[in-house]
Ligand binder design. Sequence first.
Ligand SMILES: *Cc1c(COP(=O)(O)O)cnc(C)c1O
Length: 403
Amino acid sequence: MNRDSPHLAASTRVPGDRFLHSPGPTHIPAEVLNAMHRQPMDHGDPRLDQIIAVCEAGLRRLLRTEKADLYMYAANGHGVWEATTDNLLAPGEAMLIPGTGHFSEQWARQAEATGRRAIRTPYREGYPIDPNDVEQALRGDRKSEIAAVFVVHTDTASGISNDLQAIRAAIDAAGHPALFVVDVVASLAAAPFAMDALGVNVAVGASQKGLMSPPGFGFVAVDQRAGQVAAKNPAPRYYWDWARRKADYSYQKFCGTPPQNLLYGIEAALALLDREGIDAVFARHALLARAVQAAVERWAREGAVFLHCRVPAARSVSVTTIEVRDGVDVDALRTVARERFQVAFAGALGPLQGRGFRIGHLGDVNAAMILGCLAGVEAAMRVQGIPFGRDGVMRAVECLAAG
Ligand SMILES: *Cc1c(COP(=O)(O)O)cnc(C)c1O
């Protein structure tokens, strides 16, 4: 046993739970942790095939697709990003990536690093994607060089969700054949999404956010048209290759050993979502997000902290990004909240780094956890001498009571 591990050091043990309010990884339900506490199976065990089939069916249901092929990876979100660009685009081919802030930019850079061409629309801080930008960019592409539009549904850095239906309509209005690829890593099982109805060709997700499971598992749903594009794509690839993974044998499906214990967890998480009912899951997320955002609006009355997203309808149900006035030390605030009040929330990313923080409210979260989190943030702001409207938690209580 490594006695230097911070997990084991007696001095870091705190009574009770530490509230995890990062927007991924998120709190993991006991049912999921317990399901993972089992021995792996041999590769030929039919029970393993059954678990994989249940996970595939559950993810398809969650994505609301009947026709798409599902590919699962022992990989995080960045891994399935690469799986998507490697399969869909040949080196030198172009993708349009509407600016949503940090995550669209990371996806674009990753695509560029592997030899693809990323065409960006600008991100206007605090605002969702303007579908007009997408339409104009596609109309300007007279030779149809853009192979796909890559859209981040909910950008976890900005806390902004984009209107997928409006973006689909913009692609159609431009009469452009580009594939519609959507990153649902931060929105799946939190906000409504329907792959088939939205005309999404590829959807990309991961385990550690709305899916309430440990990090390390990613998946891609691929419709027939995208599958055909991939089949013709000459880009060299092996581990990510969809064609190679189209198999019945579990070892081949995962291009090697399946991450079995993660699959046990995903299976349990999918069962929990089923049991609660997906509409109830969405309603819970919407209510908790309303409570958090109402509290922040009250805090903002003193001018030191305020909501990053300027468009109320575009505020994410998964995560709330809070900007701070110059001079507020976000890192110190986070440290006080985590170490003194046992509330762990996230810092801001990309251009907002140091200028904000983020409260995650997705996955296995309930009203009491949200109130504890908000009260912990208030306590930490008080310790740090940050001025804030004092009735934030009270406003959240009112929201939750009203339902
Ligand atoms: C978290 C996240 C990713 C990246 O996932 P990792 O598992 O951290 O690689 C990609 N896209 C969005 C929208 C995310 O929230």
